[in-house]
Ligand binder design. Structure first.
Ligand code: HEM
Length: 467
């Protein structure tokens, strides 16, 4: 420790008695495996998001009122634009560093969601959700839901043509809720779409409510990781339920995490400088009633967009009491089913395999056939739905009519996930049976060898165990 740092630490320790607890924290062991860095990538992207978001909030105007743009971008100079769009145009073309901050913020939002999804995949595939970590797993499901809400509200704020199309779809989705749809849509939008209230409300959600919830939940998430310690991959000769093999927080893990922070900040900044994207000027402001031909949501909403595109335009009433429509089933019931299945899976696995007690060692999903089948089934379903969101592009590229592309996805989304899930489940079962036979065989060989040694030594042989 440098003298200045020791002096500071001693001064604080004399008053706050920090030495004992900080030694415990510094000695906390982190397992050696790259996949444990995915949660950290999500965490550091969140920090970048908050820092750049504070800068953007100082210049953004959460309003759809018409405002005259007087900045340097030739095409819109003197034009009346919605204030939100105008402020983003100013941020991009007139405020020094504005475009850089916008692009870093957008890049960090994609990285945050991508890292969270991959982190969740690691937890699901390896079984890190098992007891005693179920609470943290369910907290994680809540986190990913709010990450999607943050992404969607942020995408809406520029009020460009893409944002307006997305908001209009969200409004129709709310309206499709049986019985309470019109009331919920009114509470959120403040009237019939398009309303002047939607942007100020989305702004409050995006900069206050959702980040507040995410930061609170991430803090609890990390406190639980610290309290329950990490899981780890199996290590030969180490009882992973009792010991963790890894590096201490200080200095080894700290150095690794600090390097990760520098990489993330550097890559996001380089991407913001070199990749010319998120230019609202090319899209133009949202004009109610107009839908852009190439309107696409962000990649993490593709699966919901795909479900909306391929679901047949049904509408039926249940006991003449409530009306259930296609957009409700595709945009609310299906995503709800996926999240419920993910939330319920730990209980299912526990029940099917009769698991008891706590689990701290991770497993290969192929060792748990149910998990292998479930994961491939559900993730292939999500990926196929996501691919269906590009039906117009696929139709243009292949020359196949949009109607036929829609039918292709309708059929594959229903048939392929269960077939893939069953196939991998069967494969995992056969692999497990083969492995069990090999283990039993080598145990038998070991017993035969031990018995022959005893015969050679003149003692009575024991019966080898039956295969
Ligand atoms: C949204 C942002 C998230 C952040 C910032 C975050 C952050 C972290 C970090 C830093 C760790 C410790 C390192 C590691 O084990 O990978 C961790 C562990 C964990 N996370 Fe997350 N996480 C997030 C979302 C999720 C999600 C979506 C899930 C699952 C649905 C989840 C479930 C877990 C579990 C069960 C652990 C303990 C894993 C173990 O000990 O092996 N997290 N998280």
């Amino acid at each position: 420790m440098t003298p200045l740092f020791s002096l500071l630490f001693d001064t604080l320790d004399a008053r706050l008695k920090l030495r004992g607890p900080s030694r415990k924290v510094a000695n906390k062991v982190f397992p050696h495996n790259w996949s444990f860095l995915l949660g950290e990538v999500a965490l550091f992207s969140l920090v970048v998001l908050v820092a750049t978001g504070i800068f953007l909030t100082m210049f953004y105007r959460p309003s759809t009122e018409a405002t005259v743009y007087n900045g340097s971008y030739e095409l819109y100079r003197g034009a009346q634009l919605p204030a939100a769009f105008e402020s983003i145009l100013r941020l991009s073309h007139d405020i020094p560093g504005g475009l850089l901050f916008r692009r870093i913020h957008r890049g960090a939002s994609h990285l945050f969601i991508a890292a969270s999804v991959l982190h969740m995949l690691r937890i699901l595939l390896t079984g890190a959700f098992r007891r005693p970590r179920e609470i943290n797993y369910h907290l994680g499901i809540g986190l990913i839901t709010f990450a999607f809400v943050a992404g969607f509200t942020g995408y809406s704020l520029p009020y460009d043509s893409l944002a307006g199309t997305g908001i209009r779809i969200a409004y129709s989705e709310l309206l499709s809720l049986p019985l309470i749809g019109d009331r919920v849509a009114f509470w959120i939008f403040g009237g019939d779409f398009p309303t002047g209230d939607v942007i100020p409300r989305f702004f409050v959600f995006h900069v206050l409510v959702v980040p507040g919830l995410i930061i609170g939940m991430v803090s609890l998430h990390l406190a639980l990781v610290a309290r329950q310690r990490h899981t780890q991959f199996p290590v030969r000769g180490v009882d992973g339920h009792k010991f963790i093999l890894g590096k201490p927080l200080w200095p080894a893990q700290f150095a690794e995490s600090a390097t990760l922070v520098l990489w993330i900040s550097g890559l996001l900044t380089a991407a913001a400088v070199f990749i010319p994207w998120s230019d609202v000027a090319l899209l133009g402001p949202y004009v109610p009633g107009e839908v852009g031909n190439n309107a696409q949501p962000d990649w993490f909403m593709f699966w919901i967009d795909g479900a909306l595109r391929i679901f047949p335009p049904l509408e039926f009433s249940v006991f003449s009491l409530l009306t259930v429509s296609g957009p409700f089933v595709a945009g609310i019931v299906l995503p709800g089913f996926v999240f419920t299945a993910l939330a319920a899976y730990p209980f299912l696995e526990r029940k099917v395999y009769g698991l008891r007690g706590d689990w701290h060692v991770l497993t290969n999903p192929l060792e748990i056939p149910l998990r292998a089948g479930f994961m491939l089934g559900i993730w292939s379903f999500v990926l196929l739905l996501s691919a269906a969101a590009t039906n117009d592009i696929l139709s243009r590229l292949t020359g196949v009519s949009i109607e036929n592309v829609l039918w292709f996805f309708r059929i594959t989304c229903v048939l392929v996930p269960p077939l893939l899930g069953l196939a991998i489940n069967r494969y995992a079962k056969r692999r497990l049976a083969r492995h069990n036979r090999t283990v039993a065989g080598s145990e038998q060989e070991a017993q035969v060898a031990a018995a022959s040694t005893e015969v050679l030594a003149g003692s009575k042989p024991k019966q080898p165990a039956s295969g």
